[in-house]
Design a protein around this ligand. Structure first.
Ligand SMILES: CCC/C=C/C=C/C(=O)SCCNC(=O)CCNC(=O)[C@H](O)C(C)(C)COP(=O)(O)OP(=O)(O)OC[C@H]1O[C@@H](n2cnc3c(N)ncnc32)[C@H](O)[C@@H]1OP(=O)(O)O
Length: 310
């Protein structure tokens, strides 16, 4: 009898051990960032389903070098397909969010402008392809079906504006400042600011003023023109606020959330009736999702629904 009891105790201890191990593995998988190792970016998972992409060249004010363009492309391409990621917070390490294009590393311009050919058309085709590749490094942020929240502290310059204009939401600190600075280095911004920024702020006259002059604008002005939607006192409270909103979004149906993003981007670039047609086609599939039934019955029963991974 005693032997039987001991065997049963041992068996239940073993089962509890296995269960605990499985739970630990599951918890690790939920906040894992394995496979997200980059030279210029640091990826963490502050909460389940949330990834924090941090620009990580603090000593160089997170200036965008050749490796950065590859890293950001690869990172967002991977996040797009990661079922453990539902929302992304984009922030910067160190003193400021970003100083924009790396001005001291001339690799980008060298590789853009170098050519074996003397023929201007052939040279131009090569440069065109290079610029399009750089553009794609930010386009992937907009094409990523998961919402991206930019959390900007201190300076956000040049390429930084191109980048955060691709994000779904922008929050900043009280000390944040922004600058469409390309004009000061003899360039028309070519990675999306001229296309996205005026649509975000809805004020063409002011947008042109900022792009033609390269004038700095601060957090209050950014909020008053709708470029950012919230101002937080400092970087800690900024990240807390961004992660809190990210948590709320991550608790919703990923089918619904990703549908909102894809259709919002489509509707921005198309007419109302085209947008409605796209939406109807989209939901003719997505309305069949188990998430709809789950969400409705949870609402009726005043419970919190839990949605499976997408
Ligand atoms: C086809 C191309 C498509 C892309 C186009 C994009 C264009 C743009 O982004 S235009 C904007 C370019 N950026 C700038 O003009 C900013 C230049 N930097 C500054 O004005 C100041 O450095 C800044 C206000 C950002 C920071 O000032 P702070 O006093 O805080 O720091 P510094 O001592 O000046 O800098 C600290 C170290 O960071 C390096 N650094 C700063 N900015 C850049 C940069 N843009 N590129 C490369 N490195 C940068 C700086 O050299 C210092 O490094 P070290 O000397 O080694 O300590």
């Amino acid at each position: 009898m005693a032997l039987k009891k001991r065997t049963m105790r041992k068996r239940s201890q073993r089962m509890a051990y296995i269960l605990l191990k499985e739970l630990k593995a599951k918890a690790k998988a939920m906040t894992s960032t394995t496979g997200y190792e980059f030279e210029t970016l640091k990826i963490t998972s502050p909460k389940q389903f949330i990834k924090n992409v941090e620009l990580n060249r603090p000593d160089k004010r997170n200036a965008m070098n050749t490796t950065f363009w590859k890293d950001i492309y690869n990172c967002f391409t991977k996040l797009s397909d990661d079922p453990d990621c539902r929302v992304i917070v984009l922030s910067g390490a160190g003193k400021m969010f970003t100083a924009g294009l790396d001005l001291y590393e001339n690799e980008i311009f060298k590789s853009l402008l170098s050519s074996d050919s003397q023929d201007s058309s052939r040279k131009s085709f090569k440069i065109l392809k290079g610029i399009q590749e750089l553009q794609e490094s930010f386009n992937v942020i907009e094409k990523c079906p998961k919402p991206v929240i930019a959390a900007v502290h201190n300076g956000c310059i040049g390429g930084g504006i191109d980048m955060i204009a691709c994000c779904d939401m922008r929050y900043c600190t009280q000390d944040a400042w922004f600058q469409i600075k390309e004009v000061d280095i003899g360039l028309a911004a070519d990675l999306g600011t001229l296309q996205r920024f005026p649509k975000i702020i809805g004020n063409d006259s002011l947008y042109r003023e900022l792009a033609y002059t390269g004038r700095k604008f601060d957090a209050e002005e950014a909020k008053s023109i709708g470029f950012v939607s919230r101002i937080l006192p400092d970087k800690n409270t900024l990240l807390e606020a961004a992660i809190l909103i990210a948590e709320q979004i991550a608790s919703k149906s990923p089918v619904a959330v990703q549908g909102i993003k894809v259709n919002s981007v489509y509707s921005r670039d198309h007419g109302v009736y085209q947008g409605l047609e796209y939406m109807a086609t989209w939901n003719s599939t997505m309305l069949q999702s188990e998430d709809v039934g789950k969400a409705v019955s949870a609402a009726i029963q005043k419970e919190t629904p839990v949605f499976s991974k997408l």
